[in-house]
Design a protein. Structure first.
Length: 154
């Protein structure tokens, strides 16, 4: 058993989950492909295992999210994405054009990093922040398109 495989086994067992081949495949794939959709995770883990039902992949993701081994990100207007970076206080940048997602460390590390004006009696333990904008590649494409459109009008 490789050191990486042993680490995943240890994480699963410490979380009260059995160390099954589908769980290994999903967690290993997510290590290399953060911010993946459930469909992407399914395809990647299935390729590694040779066979894996879509429902099995969804079940693994659900169990790993519940156990705190995987974080689910749900940017508005986009499908859910998953990453192994869980349990720390980081946020996300999402490109409005291509949907690319990047991690962003929090400037005020202890969670929650922000407090609402009124907590309405909630015991707040986390603030989830999504920054929206255009990634570098999409900004470059937009600038090229703008330049091409302006030269067409001349």
């Amino acid at each position: 058993m490789s050191k990486e495989s042993q680490s995943i086994t240890d994480l699963l067992r410490a979380s009260g989950l059995q160390a099954t081949a589908p769980r290994h495949a999903v967690l290993d794939w997510l290590d290399k492909h953060p911010h993946a959709t459930a469909q992407q995770v399914h395809a990647g883990a299935r390729k590694r295992l040779g066979t894996l039902s879509r429902q099995a992949a969804y079940d693994v993701l659900s169990a790993c999210v519940a156990a705190g081994l995987v974080r689910q990100i749900r940017p508005a207007g986009h499908p859910a994405h998953f990453e192994r970076r869980a349990g720390d206080n980081h946020h996300h940048l999402v490109c409005r054009d291509c949907g690319r997602i990047e991690d962003s460390a929090c400037r005020n590390p202890p969670a929650p990093c922000l407090q609402p004006e009124q907590d309405h009696g909630f015991a707040i333990d986390e603030a989830e922040i999504v920054f929206w904008g255009l990634c570098r590649e999409c900004r470059g494409r937009a600038a090229t398109t703008d330049e091409s459109n302006s030269s067409d009008t001349m």
